[in-house]
Design a protein around this ligand. Structure first.
Ligand code: 57M
Length: 359
């Protein structure tokens, strides 16, 4: 919005020229989203508390979690609001990719909201059924795939990290592939969201990483120099990623151990879905496995644990899945698990950025 309002004035006031630059708008989108979360946080947490949106804690989890009972959840509403507001303020609103990313954030958020609302406010113990949740998510993700593939000039070739000469063209199959990336990312972030700051930390790191990829993918000369797929218009997604990272930081202020609020499914499904969408738009789809490596490892720990559990009639690989519970039960204090998982995320982000050169 500010871009449309203020940039045209650059002829009269040259200072408004800066609104043309994606870098400038990305920085201010991050700061705007951060401030919205930071300033509105106490009010939102107070409201959630009054509405008694207090987390129910399962009694079969680590014992240390019982003291978290009553912590307000659904803080993801604040994150979504901050990202949408900052994105609308700072991006070029004629850019289709920006609207697609916002659409996924909003609709996946609505699915998570419905689930949280049924469980927390209506006090139904189960929320949406797994099948309902999956069908809704698949619907959103497939629609997103169709929209992305319909964007002018968008290639249906998949980028394979480290191998610049291999890029299979999936044709219409790319829609299915997109859906897989988005649904996978949303559920992986959801599974990871089980310790204070454990999901939002790597989410901030992944958003910041994709901010770089979006910027270079949308820049003809950088894309050419780095020999990556050029995606006309993807640069505006850097502004969106900036908003994601900024809102995440603002939320972390309150979600840091010991958390005053959890994000809820409304947060985890929307953020994960948005991350998957960004990976597709920037044409670094498979790289998400590395950028979001922590989410992948957490998900694999669940898949292996459940598979092994079923095959062996109740034996386990980990003390408890997802993986963060395993380390908790081994006696690592919660903040140690959280910070160590962040450290791993940062290392993975650096490794991912190196693929720009190692190809
Ligand atoms: C999300 N949700 C947290 C909060 C958050 C298949 C199975 C492995 C699925 C998995 C599962 O249900 N995962 C979904 C995990 C919950 O957090 C809420 O959920 C939202 C995210 N969707 O925003 O609203 C609890 O996590 C803790 N928490 C924090 N800080 C935060 O910032 O401490 C969350 C955010 C909160 C709070 O305690 O209540 C969750 O863990 O429930 N299931 C599991 O994760 C369960 N694992 C399990 O059953 N493992 C089995 C195998 C055979 C599948 C095993 O290993 O033996 C565990 N989760 C719990 N208890 N709570 C184990 C039992």
């Amino acid at each position: 919005m500010l871009y449309h309002l203020l940039y045209p004035l650059h002829g009269t006031f040259s200072v408004f020229n800066v609104f043309r630059y994606i870098t400038f708008r990305t920085i201010y989108a991050s700061l705007t989203a951060f401030l919205i979360c930071f300033l509105l946080g106490p009010w939102v947490i107070g409201r959630l508390r009054r509405m008694q949106v207090g987390q129910y804690i399962r009694d079969d989890g680590p014992e240390s979690h019982l003291k978290k009972a009553g912590t307000p959840t659904m803080g993801g509403i604040l994150i979504i609001f901050a990202v949408i507001a900052a994105t609308l303020l700072w991006t070029d609103l004629t850019n289709a990719y920006v609207w697609i990313a916002l659409m996924v954030l909003g609709t996946n958020g609505a699915i998570g909201f419905a689930d949280d609302y049924l469980m927390q406010v209506k006090k139904q113990s189960k929320g949406l059924s797994v099948r309902q949740k999956f069908a809704l998510q698949a619907g959103v993700a497939l629609t997103t795939g169709v929209l992305i593939v319909s964007c002018e000039g968008f290639s249906t070739q998949v980028t394979v990290p480290f191998f610049k000469d291999i890029s299979p063209d999936l044709g219409w199959g790319y829609i299915l592939f997109t859906a897989l990336v988005i649904v996978g990312a949303a559920n992986a972030v959801n599974l990871t969201d089980g310790l204070d700051g454990l999901a939002i930390g790597p989410m901030i790191i992944a958003s910041a990483t994709y901010m770089f990829f979006a910027y270079v993918a949308g820049h003809v000369r950088f894309a050419d120099y780095l020999q990556i797929n050029y995606v006309a218009g993807a640069g505006e997604i850097a502004v969106f990623c900036g908003a994601l990272a900024g809102a995440g930081l603002g939320f972390l202020w309150f979600n840091a151990y010991p958390a005053q609020v959890f994000m809820g499914d409304v947060g985890s499904l929307s953020l994960g879905g948005a991350l998957g969408t960004v990976a597709v738009i920037t044409k670094q789809e498979l790289l998400l496995v590395l950028v979001g490596g922590l989410f992948v490892v957490e998900t694999l720990s669940v898949i292996f644990q459940v598979g092994f559990f079923k095959m062996t009639n109740g034996r386990r690989i980990f003390r408890m899945a997802p993986l963060h519970h395993h380390f908790e039960l081994k006696g690592w204090p919660e903040p140690k698990v959280i910070v160590r998982f962040w450290i791993i995320s940062i290392a993975l982000a650096l490794l991912s950025l190196s693929t720009l050169k190692l190809r």
